[in-house]
Design a protein around this ligand. Structure first.
Ligand SMILES: [Zn+2]
Length: 267
């Protein structure tokens, strides 16, 4: 899959270390291999910062989310044809993306994230995947070019997803269930709230399958607990006093509860 120019959607061609479209819009390829296609003056200083990306990498590499990662990969391989075009939207530092490629070596895999820190890590580890800094709300791919789109805990954009998917192609989404990370929230908040149950109807898509995956992990390392907290949305919303409650927490028996939903784009 070749990315297209995010301005005019014409094909991008490589010249030296940059990519150009026929109208002369130019985009740079980073040393580690990702393409920066974000159309802002800040050049991609969006999304998760370096500290958060490193925390996420360190936590995920401990294997706590491995069962979940394998279940998403399994769903992808079950529905998408082996040599299909797969898009990972909001790929972060590529933990899931790498597993998709291993599970489907003949697939053409591309992945987006708005954080260039995330993609620097992702692209330096996986040279056989095309990474681009771009938003899920402005996907630099042609209409009807994707066989399966995977979105894991990242922004959902129905119109863009529908545009880039082929008719009859698959959308695989992962959502947190009610009690996901509830013990972590209990450690930080006086009155922890549960996640709201997801809504599963999507206009223009047919829900094919919905699979719940629930298991517990025992975390016995304070830095793992803090790294996990940093990769959650609570990190942004929580004051220092509440966050400091994690400083002395050495052990946490934690509920991980995910839902993996598979949709087919209506023809
Ligand atoms: Zn252009």
């Amino acid at each position: 899959m070749k990315f297209v120019c995010p301005v005019c959607r014409q094909e991008l061609l490589k010249k030296d270390n940059s990519y150009y479209c026929a109208d002369g819009h130019c985009f740079d390829c980073a040393k580690s291999g990702y393409l920066n296609l974000l159309r802002t003056s800040s050049g991609g200083n969006h999304g998760d910062n370096k500290l958060m990306i490193n925390a996420r990498r360190d936590f995920l590499e401990k294997g706590y989310y491995e069962k979940f990662r394998d279940a998403v990969s399994e769903a992808l391989a079950e529905y998408c044809k082996p040599d299909g075009t797969v898009l990972d939207c909001g790929c972060g530092e590529g933990y899931y993306t790498r597993c998709f490629k291993e599970r489907m070596p003949s697939a053409e895999l591309c992945a987006l994230d708005i954080s260039k820190h995330a993609l620097k890590l992702a692209s330096s580890r996986s040279k056989d995947i095309d990474f681009a800094v771009a938003s899920s709300f402005d996907i630099p791919l042609p209409d009807g070019s994707v066989d399966a789109l995977v979105e894991i805990f990242s922004p959902f954009c129905r119109a863009e997803f529908a545009r880039v998917l082929k008719p009859g192609a698959y959308l695989i989404m992962a959502l947190p269930l009610e009690n996901h990370l509830i013990e972590l929230k209990s450690a930080v908040y006086d009155t922890p709230y549960k996640n709201e149950p997801g809504k599963f109807e999507i206009d223009g898509f047919e829900l094919l399958e919905k699979k719940d995956l629930k298991y517990k992990v025992n975390i016995t390392d304070n830095s793992d607990i803090k790294n996990l907290f940093m990769m959650t949305p609570y990190y942004y919303k929580t004051g220092e006093e509440n966050q400091s409650r994690l400083n002395t927490l050495q052990q946490l028996e934690l509920s991980l509860e995910f839902c993996i939903a598979v949709y087919k784009k209506c023809v």
